[in-house]
Design a protein around this ligand. Structure first.
Ligand code: GDP
Ligand code: MG
Length: 289
């Protein structure tokens, strides 16, 4: 039996959350084309008859500009500490030197696989050049190419991961796919829709907190607060005549229903909390520890 911890690192938009979901065959981490969608360390658990891999998705590595981003980088560091193996994910269409800089600053103490993602977007020559570039780096054990989105060569990545994992007994029960509670994922699914529906600074200055979570006989009743920094943002979240928040609620509800496998009644409220992203108490209340 093999069991161990694998952490995925990389710049924003490399495809870290997509890879976690593809490996798990389940949508656990939220995804959007906008950077900094992932704010927490999200652990997914992949269990088979002869292995258990606990995979951490992490926020993209950035220079923090406000407290929330500092917390996001804490999540990155925490993932560094208990990993048995690191996956250094680089998108084939990003600059190799920039990714190298991020990987170098991690000061890894565990073996690392450099995984080139989004190979569907480039030609053979560029791929060969990238592989050669990363093969020579001191942190690299092996270089692997995948397309996380199209599930290409992800099974080969899995085989390679297993090669580097220690022997051991499973850490989690067979059925669990994460160590985080359902309400966390409900808040994340609402947050994902905010990334998709709203523009400019709105997604980055918003968070979601789930309140009531009641399992009734025929459905689950969920209430959630959408936290924004300013009154003007509240008006944007609501939209004209409440049109936007209605859309948000309906999009999020569909995903939540698919995730928990029950009918959902979702009620959303908008609250203004000035500068919540820089306020230690608010950050803690909203689950950024
Ligand atoms: N073409 C292509 N796009 C991808 C691939 N993997 C991820 N993406 C896209 O890249 C964007 C960022 O993905 P995400 O997983 O949120 O990146 P993260 O910030 O590293 O977690 C999304 O629009 C994904 O659909 C891939 O293999 N090929
Ligand atoms: Mg992500």
């Amino acid at each position: 039996m093999k069991a161990g911890f694998v952490s995925i690192f990389g710049k924003p938009n490399a495809g870290k959350s997509t890879l976690l979901n593809t490996l798990l065959g389940e949508k656990l981490a939220i995804i959007s084309p906008k950077v900094q969608t992932t704010r927490h360390r999200i652990k997914g658990i992949l269990t088979d008859k002869d292995y258990q891999i606990i995979i951490s998705d992490t926020p993209g590595v950035i220079q923090p500009k406000y407290k929330l981003q500092e917390k996001m980088m804490h999540a990155v560091r925490a993932s560094l500490e208990d990993a048995d193996l690191a996956i250094l994910l680089v998108a084939a269409d990003e600059k190799a030197e920039d990714a190298d800089e991020v990987f170098s600053t991690l000061s890894l103490k565990v073996p690392a696989l450099v995984v080139i993602n989004k190979t569907d977007t480039i030609g053979r020559e560029r791929l060969q050049a990238l592989k050669e570039y990363f093969r020579l780096k001191p942190y690299t054990k092996e270089v692997i190419e995948i397309s996380a989105l199209h599930n290409q060569k992800v099974d080969q990545l899995l085989t390679t991961i297993l090669k580097y994992l220690p022997e051991g007994e499973p850490f989690f029960e067979g059925d669990d796919i994460s160590d985080l509670p359902t309400r966390f994922f409900v808040a994340e699914m609402i947050r994902e829709k905010i990334y998709h529906l709203y523009q400019q600074e709105i997604p980055y200055e918003t968070t979601v907190q789930v309140g009531a979570f009641e399992e009734k006989t025929t459905l689950t009743k969920i209430t959630a607060d959408i936290i924004v920094q300013r009154e003007s943002q509240k008006a944007i979240i609501l939209g004209e005549g409440g049109k936007m928040i209605k859309q948000l609620g309906s999009d999020a509800r569909k995903d939540i229903e698919a995730f928990i496998g029950r009918k959902v009644f979702l009620e959303l409220f908008v609250k203004v909390r000035p500068k919540w992203r820089d306020n230690e108490l608010f950050l803690r209340e909203y689950g950024y520890t």
